[in-house]
Design a protein around this ligand. Structure first.
Ligand code: ADP
Ligand code: MG
Length: 569
């Protein structure tokens, strides 16, 4: 390891040289309180900024062990430090000047969810913070004094103000960690009490706008109907009352614009923990819960959709169903089957984004279209068995199909944003009406589904354009929900519980890892995801980066989204 003084000397030596001379700065430098790693130096001032890592030993950072015990604690603390660092970096970014991205100091932007990220990691030995710096230039000429300002004036302040316990405002780290522990406690209680979800009294569910994930000001706070109220004793916050959604089949009914979808959306997000002040801190859903929707146009490979679809007119096999362009109903059927395969035991469905013909078929339509002319067994006729025989709970928003009252265990009504339990009232309405019989032959597919894995190299034209070269797979970011890997694009915009572009980036890296490790093989999807998860658990996101430098912009996706990614490629 070199010293900070050597770095300063080296930096002065390369002033006004051409940009690539910056490359000589790569390495590790002792800065007294921390080590600065210059891991990757950009090739020119307009390229992606250089990648740096600051390492502070746990002893120097001096966070009490009490705040770093469990993975949950560390994730919450790392999130808290990262947000602090971001605020500091924001003050200094672009204070150093120059062409292109000169002077930028950028770190991951955290949203309302608390996610495990490569940007900040707390290990037994150290706190690691990964970020990017645009090394300054005038044109393509190195401007060393400006980088000197960043590395020797700005960065030390950012590091000191965000990564050392003694410098944090009193109680800030504790607040983040204790909230996470309370949230983890609620997750445990959900399992123990056989609840699918919990929504605390006072929770603020609606967001500021369609493009802002911040809480709506002046919203009607959530209040649990008496019949569904549960009380929890959180380890830090103490007693908390809220609505417990039991396992089974729960409907969210109500008139248009009364807040149904808003409640469901909050439940979708409840698989993640939220930061203090979000309004959904205590909206917690079983971690495996999966939003199901229609997704016409998605690719499906070897999925057994026969629980819902049989006897297609073209004679297509629905036990090993494959298509490059699924219809609304087949895509939704595949999403359900693959979701159960991924281990989800709570499905979240909104009528708004469902295929109507998959959800139900009314009496008149049954009379008009003979059963042998209809390939679809509606969800309505499967949902009872899904819960009773396979233990899969469903929370379903319905505004138009009253037949679901026949199969529901609980019916909530959203009435001007207030939740009412109308289960008994709807039961009374059903008296004397014919019920809904479950369809015959309920059987979940076996876990033997396989997928072909593509190769681990990509081909591109050589520089002269006269031939081709083979190279390692490259990941390219295409917005928040899409990426390209080795030139193949994958769009995950309908995988609605992906909440952060960094999760999408991580999925791209996971897919690259899968292609490199299982190149050209026909693999069992479940086994591959199990192995990937084991690596993520033991080594974190670094584990899927192979011999590459761990980038700063990866956030942990769930098992469900890893499945979703593999299933669509
Ligand atoms: P639905 O699905 O029943 O048609 P939505 O959930 O889409 O209704 O809600 C309709 C509108 O009401 C949305 O603009 C939403 O932001 C707003 N809204 C939802 N819940 C609340 C609330 N608790 N307080 C205030 N406004 C809300
Ligand atoms: Mg709606």
């Amino acid at each position: 390891m070199r010293t900070a003084a050597q770095l300063r000397g080296d930096l002065r030596d390369i002033d006004r040289r051409s940009y690539p001379a910056y490359k000589s700065l790569a390495g590790s430098f002792g800065f007294g309180g921390y080590i600065l790693h210059i891991e990757h130096v950009q090739g020119d001032p307009f390229a992606a900024p250089s990648r740096l890592r600051v390492e502070v030993s746990r002893r120097a950072a001096a966070f009490p062990d009490r705040l770093c015990q469990s993975p949950v604690d560390r994730r919450a603390l790392a999130d808290c430090l990262l947000r602090r660092f971001d605020r500091q970096a924001g003050r200094f970014s672009f204070q150093a000047k120059g062409s292109g991205k000169s002077g930028v100091i950028a770190v991951s932007r955290c949203g309302q969810e608390v996610l495990e990220r490569t940007a900040c990691e707390i290990t037994d030995q150290a706190v690691h913070l990964r970020f990017e710096v645009g090394f300054p230039a005038n044109g393509r000429t190195i401007n060393a004094p400006e980088l000197e300002k960043i590395l020797f004036e700005y960065l030390p302040v950012c590091v000191e103000q965000s990564l050392f316990y003694a410098k944090l405002p009193k109680g800030e780290a504790e607040e983040a960690v204790f909230l996470a522990e309370d949230q983890a406690y609620i997750r445990q209680e959900l399992e123990r009490r056989r609840l699918a979800a919990f929504v605390a009294d006072g929770a603020v569910l609606p967001r500021e706008s369609g493009v802002s994930d911040r809480p709506m000001a002046g919203a009607v706070p959530f209040a649990a109907p008496e019949t569904m109220a549960v009380e929890l004793d959180l380890p830090h916050r103490g007693r908390l009352r809220g609505m417990g959604v039991p396992e089974g089949i729960t409907l969210i009914a109500g008139g248009g614009y009364h807040g149904k979808s808003t409640l469901l959306k909050a439940l979708e997000r409840g698989v993640y923990d939220h930061v203090a002040g979000d309004g959904r801190e205590y909206v917690i859903t079983r971690s495996s819960a999966l939003k199901i929707r229609a997704e016409d146009g998605r690719k499906i490979t070897n999925t057994d959709v026969s629980l819902f679809i049989n006897h297609l007119p073209n004679g297509r096999d629905t036990v090993r169903f494959s298509t490059l362009d699924a219809s609304g109903s087949t895509s939704q059927a595949a999403n359900i089957i693959e979701g159960i395969e991924s281990g989800s035991r709570v499905l979240l469905i909104d009528e708004d984004t469902s295929a109507a013909n998959l959800m139900a078929r009314d009496g008149l339509m049954r009379l008009a279209i003979a059963p042998d002319k209809e390939p679809i067994t509606p969800f309505l006729e499967r949902v009872t068995d899904l819960y009773k025989k396979a233990g899969v709970s469903v929370i379903l928003v319905v505004g138009s199909c009253g037949d679901y009252f026949h199969v529901a265990d609980k019916v909530l009504q959203m009435d001007a944003y207030r939740a009412l339990d109308i289960t008994d009232r709807t039961r009374a309405l059903l008296e004397g009406r014919p019920g809904v019989d479950p369809a015959p032959d309920f059987r979940l597919p076996a876990d033997r589904r396989t997928l072909p894995i593509a190769g681990a190299v990509q081909t591109r034209r050589n520089y002269r354009g006269s031939g081709t070269v083979q190279e390692r797979l490259k990941v390219r970011r295409l917005g928040k929900t899409a990426f390209s890997l080795g030139g193949e694009d994958l769009d995950l915009r309908y995988v609605e519980q992906l909440v952060d572009g960094e999760q999408t980036q991580a999925l791209a890296c996971i897919l690259r890892y899968v292609r490199e490790r299982w190149t050209g093989q026909q693999v069992n999807v479940r086994e591959v995801v199990d192995q990937v998860e084991r690596i993520l658990e033991t080594e974190g996101l670094a584990g899927i980066c192979g011999d590459r430098t761990v980038p700063s912009g990866l956030a942990m996706p769930r098992r469900q989204e890893i499945f979703a990614c593999l299933n669509r490629c």
